[in-house]
Design a protein around this ligand. Structure first.
Ligand code: ADP
Ligand code: MG
Length: 340
């Protein structure tokens, strides 16, 4: 067969596989956009485990006509300048999410800036845009995604039950809420009753948000982390050794405001609790690391859940010491000194 240049719509659909794996990844991208837009309230509504509908409404800065049209184009982003890759401070930066979603679902984006007299709406079907048309709305942005993967049957087949996809959405929103206590989150459609976590600011905001999301129980049975060592700031809550779970699903890790999975952090937590030997039990932990963005590479994985620390040793020892000190202050003294 001769070599052909692929049509843009097909390129987008292939690329979409990397960004949009399942409904929960759509929710993550859209809520991150809302956070990047400086929103103070984000309402997430889903139906059918996110396959039938995902709707995200925010009260952020919105987009004007030109930006709205550009927002669904591939590699269009307002968040990255050419030599910025080493210093990323926003959650998004690839300019791929909306274009990808528009190629694998029915997408509509409505937006209104503070200056605009009304909102505007665009629709994307099979990667083809129509609009903008006027849309009555408040300041902010509303994104609706319907019939996800209806045009990619192979992908649709691999999705789990509505209930399992809804649970994954709920987990994603929980993590985003934990990372952003000053934002009011409302989540409808993944559970019998909606989750409603009003904004919290001021000192102790993190702890209060964790109490909202994980439960008052956890906050009452945890020691507060608050240390800084070699440029690694450690905050959050470390569950008391008497408050454990049968699996590690209640261990949450954040680096510079992003929920992450990372072996260095998991290993450090395991080491920090090693002396309190629980057999097959896991401490509940919400660990927040703040570090110079130049010290981490978040560009490792398209979904950005994985990262690489430049100095993993420094991070590991900062975490071990932070937890050790917090537990000691709560009256749990390690019997031997933990290997850093
Ligand atoms: P990225 O977030 O990587 O820049 P996206 O495809 O997610 O790429 O979004 C493209 C652009 O659309 C963003 O850079 C931003 O300028 C704009 N945008 C998307 N969602 C919103 C929103 N909720 N509020 C304001 N602007 C938005
Ligand atoms: Mg984005």
């Amino acid at each position: 067969m001769p070599i052909r240049q692929l049509p843009a719509d097909l390129i987008n659909r292939i690329a979409a596989g990397e960004v949009v794996e399942r409904p929960a990844s759509v929710v993550k991208e859209l809520v991150e956009n809302a956070i990047d837009a400086g929103s103070s309230r984000i309402v997430i509504t889903t139906a059918g485990g996110g396959k039938a509908l995902i709707r995200i409404e925010d009260d952020g800065h919105g987009m004007d006509r030109a930006d709205l049209v550009l927002s669904v184009e591939r590699h269009a982003t307002s968040k990255l300048s050419v030599d910025d890759l080493d210093d990323i401070r926003t959650l998004g930066f690839r300019g791929e999410a909306l274009a990808s979603i528009g190629s694998v679902a029915e997408l509509s984006v409505s937006s209104r800036t503070a200056k605009a007299e009304s909102g505007l709406r665009i629709d994307v079907r099979n990667g083809i845009r129509s609009g903008p048309l006027p849309q009555a709305m408040n300041r902010g942005t509303i994104v609706e995604v319907r019939n996800l993967f209806a045009n990619v049957p192979a992908r649709l087949k691999f999705l789990k039950t509505d209930r399992a996809e809804a649970a994954a959405i709920s987990d994603v929103v929980k993590r985003l809420a934990m990372a952003n206590p000053s934002v009011h989150f409302v989540l409808n459609g993944t559970d019998r009753s909606p989750s409603n976590w009003p904004a919290i600011t001021g000192s102790g905001a993190l702890q209060a948000r964790l109490a909202q999301v994980i439960g008052d129980d956890f906050a009452l049975n945890a020691a507060t982390l608050a240390t800084s060592r070699h440029g690694v700031v450690v905050a959050g809550l470390a569950g008391l050794p008497t408050y454990t779970r049968a699996n590690s699903l209640s261990q949450f890790y954040f680096v510079n405001g992003r929920s992450v999975r990372d072996k260095v952090l998991v290993g450090a937590v395991r080491a920090a609790y090693a002396d309190y030997t629980f057999r097959d039990r896991f401490p509940v932990v919400a660990l927040y690391i703040a570090i110079d963005p130049g010290e981490v590479d978040v560009n490792v994985h398209p979904a950005k859940a994985e990262l690489r620390f430049r100095d993993a040793g420094a991070v590991r020892s900062a975490v071990i010491r932070a937890i050790g000190e917090a537990l000691a202050a709560a009256g749990f003294k390690a019997s031997t000194s933990v290997a850093e």
